[in-house]
Design a protein around this ligand. Structure first.
Ligand SMILES: Cc1cc2nc3c(=O)[nH]c(=O)nc-3n(C[C@H](O)[C@H](O)[C@H](O)COP(=O)(O)OP(=O)(O)OC[C@H]3O[C@@H](n4cnc5c(N)ncnc54)[C@H](O)[C@@H]3O)c2cc1C
Ligand SMILES: NC(=O)c1ccc[n+]([C@@H]2O[C@H](COP(=O)([O-])OP(=O)(O)OC[C@H]3O[C@@H](n4cnc5c(N)ncnc54)[C@H](O)[C@@H]3O)[C@@H](O)[C@H]2O)c1
Length: 452
């Protein structure tokens, strides 16, 4: 069966769904090919369910802080409302009917199956051959990467997909990987009474973050009773009903094992060689208009510009404009924000100090600690955090910032404006910061930079 349309979108993650809807609304005929659930990883297995978990775990943590502030509290964690919210409110039982209807309401048509480029302008999904007159858009996302650890394959370990759908919190859990996925889950389950050990191969948790930020998180997790192992190489995994994880120095044992060691792509399966792309690469290189090859655009995690939903949707807007022949600003990732929703949140924008040093001649940094701010004093328990600013001293602008703290993900918005708008530090330091807020902790760090 051969179908000819204007655009074929392979993978209907947040970016694919968005680009398909934009093009459909603009009057193009669009087929979306999806092998699992329309909407992708984010609403069913990632951002949304994990943040529902985080919200619940944060409520427990706040309740446990009552004795230091306001009397007494008795906290009895119960996972069932969390499981029910994820199952019934967020994912409707991991069913994408609503998303399919949303897509079809834009005029698009869904083909269920694994799409593969079989020739320029041609995608094959099962028996169906789809011809794209104007564009193929690739949004395949990523799959959990499972490291080749002796004994791991074949054991009933969890990835994020199993971890978001649990109906009961295990008594004990080993988390492999101290990145955003691993840490969000680790803290959530620990706050629900699970005995958690987090194992990170690199010397710090959140290896891509500022070391000062990682230190705050490491201290916080340890204070909450999690066991944290960094610089730890896992040699072997054994499962005999319980998991036994052998590292260099010890054997860890737990009821469950969560593998959160990063993500992988499979460009060979996507058939990218048919349009001249390197199928052995990890990511699809795109230009500032998301063009990957003649007649082919790519958006989302697969482009390697930050595995975030906001990146995928940002790119989809640019790709859609380009496919429609409309002018739009080219992709600019200088002010890319990220938030890891641990408590405290770790929010970043732009470059870390070490990245800036690699890119700029003169880098200056300043740190302001939240407990030293008036708001931090008032907040008392749960006030761990900091603001770190990274400046290009030559140009007198911020090129990056990190905020760790309660609502760090909200505070970073102000600094994202500064990095995005290249607002001179001299101008930023003339701002009025409301008293007594957490974001006011930006001011002393700015003053330090302005005085230098
Ligand atoms: C646990 C977890 C928590 C996260 N939390 C956040 C967060 O809080 N904030 C944030 O911004 N990001 C978060 N992320 C990252 C976020 O989920 C992704 O960046 C986001 O889903 C965007 O991915 P994407 O658009 O590239 O595609 P994806 O969401 O990965 O979707 C791609 C889709 O393509 C389909 N597909 C793949 N290949 C084919 C094919 N050949 N044919 C047909 N269909 C195919 C897949 O089935 C999938 O549905 C989190 C990730 C994880 C794992
Ligand atoms: N809040 C958010 O925005 C959010 C939340 C979760 C994930 N994400 C994104 O999704 C992507 C995937 O996240 P992730 O945390 O799975 O991946 P990641 O690559 O960021 O982190 C994986 C971690 O596992 C470690 N690791 C690798 N092999 C290991 C091993 N054998 N033993 C121990 N540790 C090992 C790595 O050193 C790394 O620190 C990231 O790009 C992330 O930014 C975003």
């Amino acid at each position: 069966m051969v179908d000819e349309v204007d655009v074929v979108v392979v993978g209907m993650g947040p970016g694919g769904e968005d680009v398909a809807a934009r093009l459909g609304r603009a009057g193009l005929s669009v087929i979306g090919v999806e092998s699992r659930l329309v909407g992708g990883e984010c609403p069913y297995y990632a951002c949304v369910p994990t943040k529902i978990m985080v919200r619940a775990a944060d409520a427990l943590a706040e309740a446990r802080r009552v004795p230091e502030l306001a009397g007494s509290s008795a906290v009895h964690p119960d996972w069932s409302p969390v499981a029910a919210r994820i199952r019934d409110e967020a994912t409707t039982g991991w069913n994408d009917e609503i998303a399919v209807r949303r897509f079809e309401s834009t005029g698009g048509r869904l083909v269920r199956g694994v799409g593969r480029i079989t020739a320029p302008g041609e995608v094959t999904a099962g028996e169906q051959v789809l011809r794209a007159r104007r564009a193929i858009v690739l949004n395949p996302g990523t799959e959990p990467a499972v490291p080749p650890i002796d004994g791991l394959a074949g054991t009933p370990f969890w990835t994020n997909r199993e971890a978001v759908s649990v109906e009961e919190v295990p008594a004990s859990l080993i988390v492999l990987g101290g990145g955003p996925v691993g840490l969000e889950f680790a803290q959530v389950f620990a706050r629900f009474g699970c005995e958690v050990t987090a194992v990170e191969a690199k010397p710090q948790l959140l290896p891509l973050a500022e070391p000062e930020a990682a230190e705050v998180i490491t201290d916080q997790l340890a204070a909450e009773g999690l066991r944290v192992r960094v610089g730890s190489t896992v040699r072997r995994v054994r499962h005999d009903g319980r998991f036994h994880v052998s590292t260099d120095g010890e054997e860890l044992t737990a009821e469950r094992l969560l593998v959160a060691t990063g993500r992988r792509t499979d460009l060979r399966a996507l058939g990218v060689a048919a349009v001249g792309l390197d199928e052995s690469a990890r990511t699809i290189a795109v230009d500032e208009r998301m063009r990957a090859a003649d007649g082919v655009w790519a958006v989302g995690d697969v482009t390697g510009h930050g595995a975030f939903t906001h990146t995928s949707v940002y790119q989809s807007r640019i790709a859609a404009a380009d496919i429609l022949g409309k002018s739009s600003a080219p992709a600019d990732y200088r002010a890319m924000p990220s938030v890891t929703f641990t408590d405290p949140e770790v929010a970043t924008v732009g470059l870390t100090e070490s990245q800036a040093v690699a890119e700029h001649q003169q880098v200056r940094t300043a740190i302001s600690r939240l407990p030293d701010s008036t708001r931090g004093f008032i907040h008392k328990v749960g006030n761990a955090g900091l603001v770190k600013l990274v400046a290009d001293a030559e140009r007198g602008v911020l090129v990056g910032a990190t905020v760790v703290g309660p609502s760090g993900g909200e505070i970073i918005g102000a600094l994202a404006v500064a990095v995005h708008g290249e607002v001179p530090i001299s101008r930023l330091s003339e701002m009025i910061f409301a008293y007594p807020t957490f974001h006011r902790a930006i001011e002393p760090a700015l003053d330090e930079l302005a005085a230098a």
